[in-house]
Design a binder for this molecule. Structure first.
Ligand code: PMP
Length: 422
């Protein structure tokens, strides 16, 4: 994206004109949640203005129109990640998608033909030491419920996955392997095909946390050959309250439900119930219609700009961040060793010697620069790197060179302000 393209894009995001503490906002917290373009806000408002209705059940025109738009949104979002509509389950976000999966895999109502999926004592679940808590705790809990054992692929001193150990860690006992496509702390793109190749060798189910990749890279879930994947709408220019669980056709069909209730059944008696096929089997209750429609608008917006161009812009943001941070004394950027610029998105997490991340975050906020501080829901990773907190700058398609330069200047000035000498 050229600077002129980015300026044009910024025109679609009114919030970016906000003043913070007397300074123009430099929003470098897109890794936590992205801002939303007018096309997304308009789609949600338009739904409530013209077609608001519950989907799938009504006999009236608004209900039929709402249903059509809701199902079109499913097809749009499915197409955006290279899969088909019946493989997409709407969730409230990645966290719910991962919990849905973890509960379904221990569901006592497994029918005999699905029994092969159920985890038992002796089975192993493999995660990584890099994971967001959302892709760790549901598996810890699944292990507790089923008696399976949790194992993990460790990281090296810089946070990079020890891919050299995967043959040792992913063994014949592994039933499920789950990992993030892009780390929300390091911004590094993980070697998906290497990990999947090993998981396939041992017949394990593969789950991909695509929260930080779908907003920033072209992602084709079919080509990646994962069994399940999750991502959140709010990180990809869409609204909060909606996300996606993808399940490869036969895998999703084989899963028993998690939440039960209305809209996911065919027949109910006082004794039992028959369930609809996927994806409706996983969508109990009144659905998040406006959010799904607005998420489809976000996917169309990203598509119109082009994910290749967005990825190239992310690489540019990442490079400018890393080069600038490299030039400041006392700054440790985590997750850079062994990774080329093009294996990263536009995100960097730093530890600045002598300055607590929260102080740095406050100092930057005084200048209108919004970053995330803390452990970013990855306590084990931070602990492994000998840190309790880092300061994360994360960009998006609307990030300008000026945003980055102001962040870099802020970090440099903070060292002077806090009297850090090196
Ligand atoms: N995984 C990763 C890699 C993330 O970055 C996040 C959000 N920070 C999540 C999972 C959880 O997403 P959500 O809170 O939207 O459910």
């Amino acid at each position: 994206l050229s600077p002129a393209d980015v300026e044009r894009i910024r025109g679609d995001f009114p919030i970016l004109q906000t003043e913070v503490n007397g300074h123009p906002l430099a929003y470098l917290d897109s890794g936590a949640t992205s801002q939303k373009p007018l096309a997304v806000l308009d789609a949600e408002r338009d739904f409530y203005l013209r077609r608001n209705s519950a989907v799938h059940r009504g006999a009236h025109m608004l209900a039929a129109e709402a249903t059509e738009e809701f199902e079109n949104a499913r097809a749009t979002v499915a197409g955006f990640v290279g899969v088909t509509a019946d493989e997409i389950v709407w969730t409230s976000g990645a966290t719910e998608g991962l919990n849905l999966l973890a509960y379904a895999l221990s569901n006592a109502t497994f029918s005999p033909e699905h029994a092969a999926l159920r985890l038992s004592p002796g089975d192993e679940i493999v995660v990584t030491e890099q994971e967001h808590h959302a892709n760790l705790i549901p598996w810890q809990q699944l292990a507790l419920r089923t008696g399976a054992t949790l194992r993990f692929i460790p990281v090296d001193d810089d946070g990079v996955l020890r891919v050299d150990l995967i043959d040792e860690i992913i063994t014949e006992r592994a039933r499920l392997v789950t990992f993030s496509h892009v780390s929300n702390v390091l911004g590094t793109i993980n070697p998906v095909s290497e990990i999947i190749a090993r998981a396939r060798q041992v017949g394990a189910i593969v789950v991909l946390d695509a929260c930080q990749s779908v907003p920033h890279l072209p992602v084709d879930l079919r080509a990646l050959d994962v069994d399940f994947a999750v991502f959140s709408g709010h990180k990809m220019l869409g609204p909060t309250g909606v996300g996606v669980l993808y399940g490869r056709g036969p895998m999703l069909d084989a899963l028993p439900p998690f939440l039960t209730g209305g809209s996911m059944i065919t027949t109910v008696t006082m004794e039992g119930a028959e369930f609809l096929p996927a994806p409706q089997r996983f969508e109990a209750g009144t659905q998040r219609v406006s959010q799904a429609i607005a998420l489809a608008a976000a996917a169309r917006y990203l598509d119109a700009i082009g994910m290749d161009r967005i990825a190239a812009h992310g690489a540019h943001v990442g490079r400018r961040l890393l080069d600038g941070l490299d030039a400041i004394d006392g700054v440790r950027v985590i997750g850079t060793a062994g990774h080329q610029y093009d294996e990263r998105v536009g995100l960097a997490s730093i530890d600045v010697a002598g300055i607590h991340a929260h102080d740095l975050g406050q100092f930057l906020d005084d200048r209108g620069i919004a970053v995330r501080v803390g452990h970013h829901c990855t306590q084990p990773l931070h602990r492994r790197l000998g840190l309790t907190a880092t300061t994360r700058a994360s960009g998006s398609l609307y990030t300008t060179d000026d945003d980055i330069d102001r962040f870099l200047q802020g970090v440099s000035d903070a060292r002077t302000y806090f009297g850090v000498t090196s």
